[in-house]
Each structure stands twice: as C-alpha cells, then as structure tokens.
Design a protein. Structure first.
Lengths: 493, 95
C-alpha cells in the first residue's frame, strides 16, 4: 500500500470508512511528516492535538456509522483564518501574540465536516505577495527544484505559499487558501497541485484577516480536482455574519463531477497571449485546448479587450481597500504595541505600525492612502472601479459565446527566491492572468498540466461564469484525466 | 504625476506610519514607479461607465433588531496589549 501521507481527501475518507486504516494512524503519519519538514518553513504553528482529536472523533464516528464528508482528514490552515485558541498572525509582526477568541466561519465549517488541523500555514504578510517572501517569519521554500542540479531555492508562489508547499511536499492532503488576485491559483500552479477560488461570496469572509474585502475569497487547495470539490463543499455556505455572503444552497460539486464537456463551449481569450510568454506555456495552453476538445468541448476564440488594464486597476483597488482595512492595527486592541518613551497616542500608532508592518505591506498602505487622498480619489480609485466594471462587462460579453475560459495560470514557472524581490512591479506582473477573474468575482481554478524543460510544474486556469463552480471543476477534471500529471518533488528536506 | 519626498512623508503621516527621511527617500522612487504604471488607466474611456460597487449582484439584508452578541468583555480584551479595569488602556490623551 502507498504511504498514508500520499493519500488525498477522498482516499483518506474512503479508507477510514472501509476500515483499511484508522483516522488516528493517518493523522499521526502527517503529524510526523510535518515535524520533519522544518526546512520548508511551511508551518508557523503545529497543532497535532487538534488533528488527533478530530481523528479520534472520526474513528468513533465510523464505529457509530456517523461519518461526515471530511471525517478523519487532517488539513493545513492558512494563517489568515482566525482559529480559536491558536495564534493567528497573517504572517505579520503586527499580530504578534494575537490568539483569537473566536473561530472563522470557514474553519468552523471544516471542523463541523469532520476535518482536523495539522497547523497554521505560512503566507505572504497579510496575503500581499506572489512568492511568500514578505512573511515576517521567513520565506516558505518550494519542495520543487530545477533539474539543473543547482538546488536554487524556489518560490512556492503566493500568497498561499505555505499551503502550496505543504500539500506538494505531502505534509497535508489539502489546505485552505485565500485568493485576492491569484493567491490560490498561482501557488497551486507553481507546485503542481489543484486550487479553486469560488465565486465571490460563496465562502464567508467572517474571521478571515481582511486584505481587500471586495476581492478576498477563501478556497480549497489539494492534490486533485475531486479533493478540491469535496473540500470547497465543506467550506462554502451562507453566513449571516458576512454581508457579502451569498444566500444560496451549496451544490453537491463532488457528487456531480463529470469530466465530459459535451455541449460546452470553451473560450480562448486572445488578449492573454502576452508578449514574452515562454514558448512552453504557449504549448501547454495549446495542449489544454486539445484536451478540452477531446473531452467533447467546442473551442472558440473570444476577446476580453480590457485585460491589459486589469493589473493596474487591481493595484489601485486592492491597496486602497488594504489601507482602509489595515487601519485597525493601532496597538490598542490586539497585537503589537510600540510605545516610545513619553509618546502620545498618535506617536504610538505611528511607531506601532512602523515596527509591525513589513515593507510590502507599508508600500501598499502608502499607495492606497495616496490614491484615496483628497484630489486623487476620482482620478485613481473611481477610474479603477469604472475600469473594473468594463472588465466585468468583457466577461459578460464572452459568456454569450462560451461557458468557460481556458488560460495559463501564470506567465512563468516558479522563479527562484530573491529573483524578483528587488522590483515590486515585476512581482505584480506575475498575477497578470489571475487578476481579471478576481476583479469580476468569478470562480476560477488552476490544475497542473505538465512540466517545463527545467522539470517545474506549469498550470492551466479555467475561469467560469458566476456560480458555475461545477463547470470549472468539470473542466478541471477533464484536463486532469488527460494530463495524467504524476510528477512530484524529490524529497531533499 | 510624481510624488516628492515631502509628499511621501505626508502620506506616511496620513497612514500613521512613522518614517525616517531615509525611508521616505527610498520609497519615493518605488512609489513613482508603481504610480507611473497605474497612470495608464487614464487612457481608458470611462465617460458613461458607473464605477463597480458589487461584483455579484446581491442585496444588503436586514435582520431582526435584537441583541445577538455581547457580554464577552473579557474575550474582547483578551488580546489587548494593555487593559485596565475592563477597558483598553492608551497613553494619556488629555492633559
């Protein structure tokens, strides 16, 4: 039999149900593997007791015939979700010492579905970054290495880099992610796993540390599409505590999964053929088109004319919302307080925020404050929200011709840590393919398609109509069945 | 449009982030680089476009006007850097 830590959600669930192994054995196997993988720096806090308690509950539930959809599955929790009694930092020094006295809705939903927690996963500070290099607690390292023998440490993507690294290294079978402009999809692509961001409003934002509230969405990251469907089903649902939560039933995505795309039309947005895209990514995209045709889909070219304005609009809207959301970190109610000798209240705010926020967070707060300041609001923020409306209209027009869109997930494979850090703008450009769907609130996922010449994973992105997670997952499954992606990083840590 | 160092310091002060002259000097070109790139949005014709307010059509709900939460003072204060007599404590603000 395969190692227990090679199993995904469905395999663990079925194995526990059928008595092939106990949930406690599974939890212990993952706990041991997490403890032995410090070199990846994926976990900020380990919570073996939480995982074991859920496992024992699963074993008891099996005895009484009361298993739930994720009974006995130990997962990783991105450290952006507040977890009662377990430190939550958003990978920022400003939340040092913060231990929530409440549980986020999404994590509570997962525990109610029987899952247990192996620990809290590292991320870019406040989810601001695409490489996991902005964490106050050190870089997360991808388990993947280039096949050139150089052993350069690679970025696991960001911001859900702890999640992607941990799943890919088989420290956990699945993990939560959050996606504001690509933070689930890009890291999933970088490490060869699947990840889905649902329609905005599917997953409650209550108890999730806020970055840009009109964009933030939680989602599932796992080895395959089926596991993503199971986990997303457990996470999603209406929550009266989030005013943007959608009051709609959660479909049985996993139960309805089908890799057949007969009768579906897939659009290929021509504006995504950007200059300087590596030929390998172009080729994978062509391959993806062939796979979807093979699954029965018709493929048409579509136009999303405002695509090139999505990134600049995003880098106004997201920092603007962040500057407002992060105003709450004042050294009064929770987290860090820096009180210089003789300082008054205003000095305390400024000193606390200077000491607690990392450089990228400060940069974005500064941009956000600037674009919202008197005299600039119309030229920047309002114009960006108008452009955002045009981007959403582009998608609406496309949906008159097709049901889904297929694009690459990222314009490159994983880059080396440090490679893009000196130039914030170069880093921002890595989100060029993921940001438009975020701005329009659409469901989108990344699935692994193949390896590049350096032996690194490349992902394909599927974007769907609002609320059509099923269509996105079905197309993801169609690709997964044809790509036969089985590569995994060699263990060096 | 380019931001100079006094502007950077003014933004930092609005954002309540203490910043040394050196830090402001380092940040000015970075912000200019990013703002210069953002400027391209100006070329989009948005004359008859309403700014987006919600990505997915949704209406704001009303709920019963009843107390659903409260009596958790100690939990609210549990993470305060300084709490005294059941309140958040801050440096003296009134002389």
């Amino acid at each position: 039999m395969a190692e227990l830590t090679d199993l995904g959600i469905a395999a663990i669930r079925d194995g526990v149900r059928d008595g092939e192994f106990s949930a406690r054995e599974v939890a212990q196997a993952f706990i041991d593997r997490v403890a032995a993988a410090k070199a990846l720096n994926a976990f900020l806090v380990e919570t073996p007791d939480h995982a074991l308690k859920a496992a024992d509950a699963a074993d008891a539930a099996r005895a009484s015939g009361d298993l739930k959809p994720m009974s006995g599955v130990p997962i990783g929790m991105k450290d952006l979700f507040c977890t009662e009694g377990v430190p939550t930092t958003a990978a920022s020094g400003i939340l040092a010492g913060f231990t929530p006295t409440y549980e986020s809705t999404v994590s509570a939903n997962l525990w109610a579905a029987g899952a247990g927690m192996l620990g809290k996963l590292n991320l870019d500070q406040f989810a601001m970054g695409s490489s996991n290099e902005t964490s106050a607690f050190g870089n997360v390292i991808s388990p993947w290495r280039r096949n050139d023998g150089g052993n350069a440490a690679l970025a696991p993507g960001g911001s859900s880099g702890g999640s992607s690294s941990a799943i890919s290294a088989r420290l956990c079978p699945a993990a939560t992610g959050t996606d504001t402009g690509g933070s689930i999809r890009q890291p999933a692509a970088f490490v060869g796993i699947s990840g889905i961001k649902p329609t905005y409003g599917r997953c409650s934002r209550w108890g999730v540390v806020a970055f840009a509230s009109s964009l933030d969405q939680a989602g599932a990251m796992a080895h395959d599409v089926t596991d993503c469907a199971i986990m997303l089903g457990a996470m999603a649902g209406f929550d009266p505590k989030d005013s943007t939560s959608l009051d709609l039933p959660v479909p049985d995505w996993a139960g309805s999964l089908s890799g057949s795309l007969k009768g579906k039309t897939v659009g290929i947005p021509k504006e995504y053929r950007v200059d300087g895209m590596p030929a390998e990514i172009e080729m994978l995209w062509e391959q993806g088109i062939a796979w979807l045709k093979d699954a029965g889909a018709e493929v048409v070219e579509v136009s999303l004319p405002h695509t090139r304005y999505a990134l600049p609009a995003y880098y106004i809207i997201a920092p603007a919302e962040a500057s407002s959301n992060l105003a709450r970190y004042d050294g009064v109610r929770y987290g860090l307080r820096d009180l210089p000798d003789g300082a008054g209240l205003q000095d305390m705010y400024a000193a606390t925020r200077a000491a607690g926020f990392g450089p990228e967070v400060k940069r974005r707060i500064m941009i956000g404050t600037y674009v919202l300041s008197a005299g600039f609001y119309d030229a920047y923020y309002n114009q960006a929200q108008k452009v955002r409306a045009l981007i959403a209209r582009d998608f609406e027009a496309a949906w008159e011709r097709c049901d889904l869109l297929l694009t690459p997930t990222a314009p490159s494979a994983a880059f080396a840590l440090g490679e893009k850090q000196a130039d914030p703008l170069a880093m921002y450009l890595n989100d060029v393919f993921t940001v438009p769907a975020s701005l329009a609130g659409l469901p989108a996922m990344s699935v692994p398609g193949g390896l590049d010449a350096q032996g690194l994973p490349l992902g394909l992105q599927i974007i769907g109509k609002p609320l059509d997670e099923q269509g996105v997952l079905d197309a993801g499954l169609a690709i997964e069945q044809r790509a036969g992606f089985s590569a995994r990083p060699e263990q060096w840590w | 449009m380019s931001v100079d160092i006094p502007t950077v310091k003014k933004i930092a002060s609005l954002a309540r982030i203490a910043m040394t002259d050196q830090e402001a000097e380092a940040l000015a070109p970075e912000l200019n680089n990013i703002l210069g790139w953002i400027e391209q949005l100006g070329e989009v014709d948005t004359a008859n476009v309403e700014p987006m307010t919600a990505v997915i059509p949704n209406h704001l709900r009303l709920r019963e006007d009843i107390v659903t939460d409260g009596n958790v003072r100690d939990r609210v204060l549990a993470n305060a850097p300084q709490a005294e007599h059941g309140f958040f404590a801050v440096p003296k603000v009134i002389e």
